[in-house]
Ligand binder design. Structure first.
Ligand SMILES: O=C([O-])C(=O)C[C@H](O)[C@@H](O)C(=O)[O-]
Ligand SMILES: [Mg+2]
Length: 429
C-alpha cells in the first residue's frame, strides 16, 4: 500500500510538568518545568511525536518551524535540517542557561534543540507508516535493553512554603545518609546498578563524604559525581585523589576545555562532560587536548538521533567513550534516547535519566526500568502513545501560568527560599 507521507499538520503543545525540589549548583528546580510536545501529522493521518525544552526561547523558533512544514515529507529529515530557522541570538549568545547546566548557550544549539524534537517526530511517523521501530530506521539495534543510572540529587523535602507544588514522596536528602537512602529507594524501585550524584551543591568535602557513603553501601557499583563545573582545577584534583578508587568517572569537575585538560593531565580518573563538549565544533580542541574521556550526548541539543549516532562515531574514532546526559524529560524523550542508544555499539556506561523524578507523563503507559534497564521497543516508531487528556491537563497548567514558570530558572526558584541568592560565580570552590 502506498502511503501519503506529506505533512498535513503540525501541533505544538507547551506543557508544565511537576518537578521535585532538586538542588544543583545554580539553585533548585522549580515546582513545574516547561516541555514542548511536537506532533507531526501526515496526509494519511499518521501522527509522530517528539519532545524538547519548552521555555519561551525554544517555543518561538518551534512555532516558526511548524508553520513551514506542511507540504513537506516526513521522510525528508535531511531537508528539515536545511531549513533556515531564525533564532534570536541575543537571547542566548555567550550566556550560560539558567538551569539547564548544558554549557555555553548559542543560537546554533538552540536551533538544534528545536529541530531535534521535529526529527524525532518525523522518525516516529516514518516508523509507524512502515511498521518499523525507530531503531530499525537508524540501522538496527545492537542491544535489547539500555542501561540507565540512578540520578541522585541533594534535595529538600518540599518546595518552599507558599509555592504551589505537587506532593513530594522522596523526602529530604541533604547529607550522606540522605543520599544513600535515596539511592536505596531508587535501586529498590528501578533496579539501578550505578549511581550518579549531582554535586556542586555543598562544599566538596561533604560531597566526597556522600560518595564514600555510597561506595560503602553499594560496594563495586559504578559511581559518578557531577558538580557542573563548580570547582577549580586544584579542587577537582583533590576530589579526584580522594575518590579515585571508587569513581567510574568525574563529570565536569571544572568549567571549560582548558581547565578540564589541566585536570585530565594530572589524574587517572576519567573525566566525562555534558558541558565543554556540547557541539561538533567543540570536539576538536577537547579531544586533541585529551580533556575528556567520556562525552555525554543529549539528543536534544546535539540535534537529534542521527547526530547522536554521528557523535558516537567521532568519539569511537578518538577512543573517547560515549553515554547520555539528561535534563528533566518525559517518556517520549526516554523512548527516543532508548531507541538511539540501542544502536550505538560502543555505549559502555549507563545513561543518565531524570525520568524517575517525573511523577507525570503524557503517555498512556509509563516507561518501566527493570534491573535499571529500559527494554528497546520493537513496536512501530518510538512505541509510545500519547495520553491526550493528560497532555491537555498539563497544557492547561501552562496556559494558566502567569509566566513565572514558563522559563526554567533555578536561581530564581532558589530566591523564593533564600532571597539573597545569586547564580554563583564559578568556580565556587
Ligand atoms: O550536567 C548534568 O548532568 C545536567 O545538567 C543535568 C541536569 O541539568 C541537572 O543538573 C538538573 O536538572 O539539575
Ligand atoms: Mg553533567
Amino acid at each position: 500500500m502506498t502511503r501519503d507521507l506529506t505533512i498535513a499538520e503540525v501541533r505544538l503543545t507547551p506543557i508544565l510538568v511537576a518537578d521535585a525540589p532538586l538542588l544543583n549548583t545554580q539553585g533548585v528546580h522549580q515546582p513545574y518545568t516547561p516541555r514542548l510536545i511536537v506532533e507531526i501529522v501526515t496526509a494519511d493521518g499518521i501522527t509522530g511525536v517528539g519532545e524538547t525544552y519548552g521555555d519561551t526561547k525554544y517555543l518561538e523558533p518551534a512555532r516558526a518551524l511548524a508553520e513551514r512544514l506542511t507540504g513537506r515529507s516526513v521522510m525528508d529529515v535531511n531537508g528539515l535540517f536545511g531549513i533556515d530557522l531564525a533564532v534570536d541570538a541575543s537571547r542566548v549568545e555567550g550566556r550560560t542557561d539558567a538551569g539547564g547546566l548544558r554549557g555555553v548557550q548559542s543560537a546554533g544549539k538552540l536551533r538544534l534543540s528545536v529541530l531535534s524534537a521535529f526529527e524525532v517526530a518525523c522518525l516516529d511517523a516514518q516508523g509507524r507508516a512502515l511498521g518499523l521501530p525507530v531503531h530499525a530506521l537508524l540501522g538496527g539495534k545492537v542491544r535489547d535493553a539500555v542501561e540507565y543510572s540512578a540520578y541522585l540529587f541533594y534535595k529538600w523535602a518540599a518546595h518552599p512554603a507558599g509555592v504551589p507544588a505537587e506532593p513530594d514522596e522522596w523526602g529530604a536528602a541533604l547529607d550522606p545518609a540522605g543520599v544513600v537512602e535515596q539511592a536505596r529507594r531508587l535501586r529498590q524501585r528501578h533496579g539501578f546498578g550505578s549511581f550518579k550524584l549531582k554535586g556542586g551543591v555543598f562544599p566538596p568535602d561533604e560531597e566526597i563524604a556522600a560518595v564514600r557513603a555510597l561506595a560503602e553501601a553499594f560496594p563495586g557499583h559504578p559511581l559518578r559525581l557531577d558538580p557542573n563545573g563548580a570547582w577549580s582545577v586544584a579542587t577537582s584534583l583533590k576530589v579526584a585523589k580522594e575518590l579515585g578508587d571508587v569513581l567510574e568517572y568525574l563529570e565536569d569537575p571544572t568549567l571549560g576545555t582548558p581547565a578540564m585538560a589541566e585536570v585530565s593531565a594530572a589524574t587517572d580518573v576519567p573525566l566525562a562532560t555534558n558541558m565543554c563538549v556540547t557541539t561538533f565544533g567543540e570536539i576538536k580542541e577537547a579531544f586533541t587536548r585529551d580533556a575528556v574521556q567520556v562525552v555525554l550526548s543529549d539528543h536534544h541539543y546535539w540535534g537529534g538521533l542521527r547526530n547522536t549516532q554521528r557523535l558516537a562515531a567521532v568519539c569511537a574514532a578518538f577512543g573517547v567513550g560515549v553515554s547520555m546526559h539528561s535534563n528533566t524529560h518525559l517518556g517520549i524523550s526516554l523512548a527516543a534516547m532508548t531507541q538511539v542508544a540501542a544502536t550505538v555499539p560502543g555505549l559502555h556506561h549507563a545513561c543518565d535519566s531524570h525520568y524517575p523524578w517525573q511523577p507525570e507523563d503524557v503517555l498512556t503507559e509509563r516507561a518501566v526500568f527493570v534491573d535499571g534497564r529500559v527494554a528497546v521497543s520493537d513496536a512501530p516508531g518510538l512505541g509510545v502513545e500519547l495520553d491526550r487528556d493528560e497532555l491537555a491537563r498539563l497544557h492547561r497548567r501552562w496556559a494558566e501560568d502567569d509566566g513565572w514558570l514558563r522559563d526554567r530558572d533555578d536561581a530564581a526558584a532558589m530566591r523564593t527560599a533564600e532571597p539573597h541568592w545569586r547564580t554563583p560565580v564559578m568556580p565556587r570552590w
